[in-house]
Design a protein around this ligand. Structure first.
Ligand code: NI
Length: 150
């Protein structure tokens, strides 16, 4: 495992769309492990592959109940709505209020290439939605409920 460099601020790669993973091979497994290690080292709760310079649909999340890796994640159901503060490891020092669903169902592959479905609520759901946005080149600052105060 190895720490990867987190892309920040105006790095163009953060605005690009990531490609689906066709084959969950050893490189993808290593990427997911490295992303978790990088996320923990930065005290984050989620990280998406474009944030480490890889335009592939891989995200990792750990909101305190253990590590989760999602490959080709799709949010297949969402309900409820909640506005809360978010930050991003790629936008250090910035925070803002974003509206997210309170409950989601996500479909993805795990690091063994097996499909799974998971229900997430509240902060866990928020973290997954934030990371899935990264795969579309969307950052939380695009979705602020009110503009950032200077
Ligand atoms: Ni982020």
């Amino acid at each position: 495992m190895a720490l990867r460099n987190i892309r920040k601020d105006n790095d163009e790669i953060l605005r690009k769309k990531s490609r689906r993973v066709d084959d969950v091979n050893d490189r993808i497994k290593t990427l997911a492990k490295d992303m978790l290690e990088t996320m923990y080292a930065a005290n984050g709760v989620g990280l998406a592959a474009p944030q480490v310079g890889i335009l592939k649909r891989v995200i990792v999340v750990d909101v305190g109940e253990g590590p989760h890796a999602f490959i080709n994640p799709e949010i297949v159901e969402k309900s409820g709505s909640c506005v809360d503060l978010e930050g991003c490891l790629s936008l250090p020092g910035r925070q803002g209020e974003v509206e997210r669903p309170t409950k989601i169902k996500v479909n993805a592959l795990n690091v063994n290439g097996e499909e799974f479905e998971l229900e997430a609520e509240d902060f866990f759901a928020r973290a997954i939605c934030h990371e899935v946005d990264h795969l579309e080149g969307i950052l939380f600052i695009d979705k602020l409920v009110k503009s950032e105060e200077k």
